[in-house]
Design a protein around this ligand. Structure first.
Ligand code: COA
Ligand code: AMP
Length: 637
């Protein structure tokens, strides 16, 4: 089939409002919009201004009303607890309506924020939808973050309530959540009124009298009383959620997602980008703590009337490198979406792909990869072993859905390894030089989207319009900067090569090296430091810290380095994967005192590097190479 991509993209270019108005017919609205796009509202305009809707209604109730009540909405598959549980659309709607009633009883009202700090269990998804049902704004915090990170989010979002569980399960260890949560509440200035805690059998959380409530008991009481909350009509432009993400400083950015545009773009993407029909099974092997989990574990598959899989496990070790194929086969998954790092982990354990042959995967059609650049070797391995097309696609927490992808539903375009293919309708993508001029095909520049951003993309940052404008709209007038650098080829295929800021991508997780530096610098013996992301065959990148000690410190450096590692783990969390610290005499700097992080990374990755003309002392770069060698990093030359 030849792709209809160009025809559809041109139709969008010709009349964006007509394009999105047509797509919006797939959503049920309580009140239609006054304007498809109001260019005078918000920071760069707002989509579906004046419309009213409810996201939970569109995810659940309307499917039940239209005859999908007995179809599976959610399959919870948890190899770490040996559990598989299925919820039909009718069952999930009832669970969500009951939990929403519990939240209302706890005093949560439309517009209030609710923090969700939970592992990958059905109740996490129910919690998100219960908030959506009553018009509350959820903010999910990934379980791998430490208490201070959670506290920062508490102080920014100022939640009325927190929904949590007693623990998460990592291979080989139970992670007790409640002590982390209690510590975060202790650190934070803002205190929530209520905390609802789901007790899991692997760990019992102690409850604080008057503030904490037992989840199961509260739900049982509501069920016995027949309490269910209805869907509240909210504005299309009201926030559905806040999701904090890393970038440039230690203070995470609260990405805001609205209700209306979010639904329209996600629904469109399910059929046109992912090529999935309602009723089919779609599996995003991510975590609800990340944007991929928000969009493609929870909202998009349910908006579409598909079945979603919530997987509590890892690609390897739970119990083996065949677990993905077991899930695909057992639940008849049509398409899988995960990060390339998951495939690198599987390939490392099972290079021949022998586990694949053990499962019947005849219904499996497509593999989608995102979260980091899909390296051609990984794509080729997956294609060869799975015998299905493998498509890279590029997006960000800020956009909530793909900027570039291969639109399977419109007919796939030929794959070019290393490229996430082409911009989706809605994105007028440009490659700009530092002065904001378009560069020629093949030349690298900043990838920027001409405003307005399409529906679903962030309208602003939570309570911080200024930071939104400064971070995203001020580099190039009239454009949103993605902070990714890349190029376009003669055929219009896009290549995303590197971040232009301090963000690194570790096992598909977005982290800020600047934030890590802020934490490392807190160590009493550290005079100054630099953290750079260095190449890692499995995780893509891992952070490496370089520290200069204060004069007079004469403790063993190994001891201090271990303390610095622990500090980052305690302050940011295990997810930072911060395990390497090297003590150096000095950091390489320019004459004006700027640390040469980019050159340090090039040395660590064994790339060819040039001595910057502005360097203070060229020998300082040689010293970095020597240090890396002495700490066992072999790549530098
Ligand atoms: N709660 C608590 N701790 C967590 C956690 C969670 N939800 N998620 C991860 N961690 C911990 C891990 O246990 C690990 O701890 P350790 O240092 O004690 O070993 C640490 O954080 C780093 O985790 P991770 O980077 O995920 O490494 P890993 O070795 O555990 O697993 C992969 C590596 C590749 C298997 C795993 O990262 C993966 O499946 N990635 C998929 C990426 C993904 O989902 N991306 C989202 C966008 S698509
Ligand atoms: P996150 O906000 O966590 O989704 O991370 C977004 C960032 O991850 C992007 O800005 C890119 O730097 C990187 N990224 C995501 N997907 C891709 C991809 N397919 N190719 C290259 N980089 C990607």
């Amino acid at each position: 089939m030849t792709s209809r991509y160009h025809e559809v993209y041109e139709a969008w270019q010709k009349n964006p409002e007509a394009f999105w108005a047509e797509a919006a017919k797939e959503i049920d609205w309580y009140r239609p919009w006054d304007k498809v796009f109001d260019p005078y509202a918000g920071q760069y305009g707002r989509w579906f201004a004046g419309a009213e809707c409810n996201t939970a209604y569109n995810c659940l109730d309307r499917h039940v009303e239209k005859g999908r009540g007995s179809q599976a909405a959610l399959i919870y598959d948890s190899p770490v607890t040996n559990t598989v549980r299925t919820y039909s659309y009718a069952e999930l709607r009832d669970e969500v309506a009951t939990l929403a009633a519990v939240l209302s009883d706890l005093g949560v009202k439309r517009g209030d924020r609710v923090i969700i700090y939970m592992p990958m269990i059905p109740e996490a998804l129910m919690a998100m939808l219960a908030c959506a049902r009553i018009g509350a704004v959820h903010s999910v915090v990934f379980g791998g973050f430490a208490a201070p990170e959670l506290a920062t989010r508490l102080d920014d979002a100022k939640p009325v309530a927190i929904l949590s569980a007693s623990c998460g399960i990592e291979p080989g260890r139970v992670v007790a959540y409640k002590p982390l949560l209690d510590a975060a509440i202790e650190i934070a200035t803002h205190k929530p009124t209520s905390v609802l805690v789901l007790q899991r059998p692997m760990a019992q959380a102690s409850l604080v009298e008057g503030r904490d409530h037992d989840w199961a008991r509260a739900v049982a009481v509501a069920k016995a009383a027949g309490s269910k909350a209805g869907c509240v009509a909210v504005k299309a432009t009201d926030p559905l959620y806040i999701l904090y993400t890393s970038g440039t400083t230690g203070q995470p950015k609260g990405v805001v997602r609205d209700n209306g545009g979010h639904m329209v773009a996600l629904k469109w993407s399910m059929s046109h980008h992912y090529g999935i029909a309602p009723g089919e099974v779609f599996w995003a092997a991510s975590d609800v703590g990340w944007v991929v989990g928000h969009s493609y574990i929870v909202y998009a598959p349910l908006l579409h009337g598909s079945t979603t899989v919530l997987f509590e496990g890892k690609p390897v070790g739970t119990p083996d490198a065949g677990t993905f194929w077991r899930v695909i086969s057992q639940h008849k998954v049509a398409a899988l979406f995960t990060a390339p790092t998951a495939f690198r982990a599987i390939k490392k354990e099972d290079p021949q792909g022998t586990f694949i042959g053990k499962y019947d995967m005849t219904g499996f059609r497509t593999l989608f990869l995102a979260g980091e650049r899909a390296d051609p070797e990984t794509i080729k391995w997956a294609e060869a072993k799975l015998n299905v097309p493998v498509y890279d696609h590029w997006w960000q927490t800020e956009t909530g859905w793909p900027i570039c992808g291969n639109p399977v539903g419109l007919g796939a375009m030929p794959v070019k390894y290393g490229s996430p293919t082409v911009p989706m309708p809605g994105y007028d993508l440009h490659v700009l030089d530092a002065a904001g001029h378009e560069v020629k095909p093949g030349e690298t520049g900043t990838l920027a989207v001409k405003l307005p951003l399409p529906p679903c993309c962030l309208p602003t940052l939570w309570n911080n319009d200024d930071r939104f404008r400064k971070s995203y709209l001020s580099d190039f007038a009239g454009y949103y900067t993605t902070s990714d650098a890349g190029y376009r080829d003669e055929d219009g295929y896009v290549y995303v090569m590197a971040r232009t800021d301090d963000v690194i991508n570790v096992a598909g997780h977005r982290l800020s090296t600047g934030q890590m530096e802020e934490v490392v610098a807190k160590h009493k013996d550290v005079a100054e430091c630099a953290v750079v992301g260095i190449a890692d065959t499995m995780k893509g990148q891992v952070p490496a810290g370089f520290i200069v000690l204060n004069a007079g410190v004469n403790r063993p450096t190994k001891e201090i380095e271990a303390e610095v590692v622990k500090l980052v783990r305690d302050e940011i969390g295990p997810v930072a994967a911060f395990k390497s610290v090297m003590t150096v005499k000095r950091l390489p700097k320019t004459r004006s005192g700027k640390i040469l992080r980019a050159t340090m990374r090039q040395i660590a990755d064994g790339e060819t590097w040039k001595v910057p003309a502005t360097i203070d002392d060229p020998a300082s770069l040689e010293e970095i190479g020597e240090t890396l060698k002495s700490y066992g990093f072999s790549k530098q030359g």
